[in-house]
Ligand binder design. Structure first.
Ligand code: HEC
Ligand code: HEC
Length: 371
């Protein structure tokens, strides 16, 4: 794969695909208003309000949002939908015709698990979308044989566009199977835009009677065109440039393998056979297996999709140098802190990192800084 720059489309797109990429980008940065269906409760009015630069549209400005739920003594997890869960909407459209006022949601008192989630960048995710489920299943199988203590598993979810079981790849908990589903999910849950796969407005704080005052009660994106455009932008958006393997970075990439980071942060994946040349057996470098791993105390406590509370998807490390905060809740500001927070299946690699001599540690950090 050629080494493009952040924000550029992937190579080998047709003229038609380049047009769709441009239209998709316009939709991704387009402000929604009350008249176009914003809210009634929402987080921000457009995708790039969070998926902003640096270093280009599609990155992340590190905006956090809040998820919550209730863990019962018997281990069961309640998403608290009836009181506004599982995602907090921290904005609302305010007073509407007729005098009703929509207000931002708050975390209800019933919640006993509350977590922050950091906005993830979306560069290169079209390649992940174009990688067959069998690739991820094979990775999980190989890990179970060679490194059982760190072995992940595929998240099995329902692909809402087909109704069929599928491997979840996207989000901190790998709860969404495709970019198309994620786009519809984000349009509804971040912005308040309903579309064919997500036809029902979010009930503000769980109170569905409030929707009687929704100024735009019809389906906001009836043909799903905007959802398709968001998907096109992300599908065709190129990955972060691969690191230049020179000097200490070369040694660091070897240390990365030696201490076990690469078991989960898999350097290279390959898309499946595809009639579209741009996606046909393309090698790319996400530094992730997109599998769920039991991360022990680093887990966020939330059950979501197929993921249990302690399970998280391996966060890709491509584009790492542009992350101002690290880990799902941004608890780390340096790479060393992020590694130290690895627990559960990541504990062995964490401990191996802690015992590295100064030269190997410096090399590993130089490698990570090049991502
Ligand atoms: C209010 C901020 C915000 C807005 C607006 C927003 N997102 Fe996100 N996005 C996030 C956060 C936070 C996550 C992590 C979600 C999670 O798993 O909890 C995320 C994750 C994603 C991912 C998954 C990335 C990965 O690595 O798997 C995709 C794809 C995505 N967003 C697309 C979109 C699209 C398309 C829109 C517009 C329709 C959008 N987002 C609007 C905050 C936002
Ligand atoms: C068992 C699988 C596993 C191993 C081994 C592992 N990681 Fe991770 N890593 C993860 C998961 C899962 C996350 C996401 C955790 C979260 O925040 O929920 C992550 C997150 C990270 C992050 C934060 C990325 C970001 O953008 O927030 C960094 C940096 C990182 N890992 C580096 C390393 C390094 C370096 C090693 C080797 C010392 C390593 N990891 C070993 C699974 C693993």
């Amino acid at each position: 794969m050629t080494n493009g720059r952040y924000g550029e489309p992937i190579p080998n797109l047709t003229a038609d695909e380049l047009t769709r990429f441009a239209a998709g980008r316009n939709a991704f940065i387009k402000l929604e208003t009350v008249n176009t269906g914003l809210g009634p409760v929402f987080n921000e009015p457009f995708c790039s309000d969070c998926h902003d630069s640096p270093p280009a549209i599609g990155g992340t400005n590190q905006r956090f949002e809040t998820r919550f739920g209730r863990r019962a003594p018997d281990g069961g997890f309640d998403t608290l939908t009836s009181v506004g869960g599982p995602l907090l909407h921290d904005h609302a459209i305010g007073t509407v015709d007729g005098g009703y006022t929509f207000v931002p949601e708050v975390v209800p008192s019933e919640a006993n698990v509350v977590t922050s989630r950091r906005t993830q960048p979306v560069f290169g995710l079209g390649l992940v979308d174009a990688t067959p489920a069998a690739v991820f299943a094979a990775l999980a199988q190989a890990q179970a044989l060679s490194t059982p203590e760190a072995a992940g598993r595929t998240a099995m979810v329902t692909d809402l566009s087909t109704g069929q079981p599928a491997v979840g790849k996207f989000g901190w908990k790998a709860a969404d199977a495709t970019l198309l589903v994620f786009s519809g999910d984000a349009a509804l849950n971040e912005i308040g835009i309903t579309s064919p796969q997500f036809p029902n407005e979010v009930c503000p704080q769980g109170d569905c009677t409030a929707l009687a005052f929704n100024p735009e009660p019809g389906m906001n994106d009836p043909g799903g065109q905007d959802v398709a455009r968001f998907t096109d932008f992300m599908r065709f958006l190129g990955p972060p440039p691969a690191p230049q393997l020179v000097g200490a970075v070369v040694q660091g990439s070897k240390v990365f393998e030696a201490v076990g980071c690469a078991v989960c942060h898999v350097p290279t994946l390959v898309t499946g056979p595809n009639s579209d040349l741009a996606f046909d057996q393309v090698a790319y470098h996400p530094y992730s297996d997109f599998l769920l791993h039991d991360m022990g105390t680093l887990g966020d406590g939330i059950d979501q999709g197929d993921a249990r509370g302690s399970e998280m998807r391996t966060q890709p490390l491509w584009g790492l140098s542009f992350q101002g905060r690290l880990l799902h809740d941004g608890r780390a500001t340096t790479v060393s802190e992020a590694i130290a927070a690895h627990d559960g299946q990541g504990a062995a690699a964490r401990d191996a990192f802690a015992t590295l001599d100064a030269a190997d540690r410096a090399a590993l950090l130089a490698f990570l800084a090049a991502l």
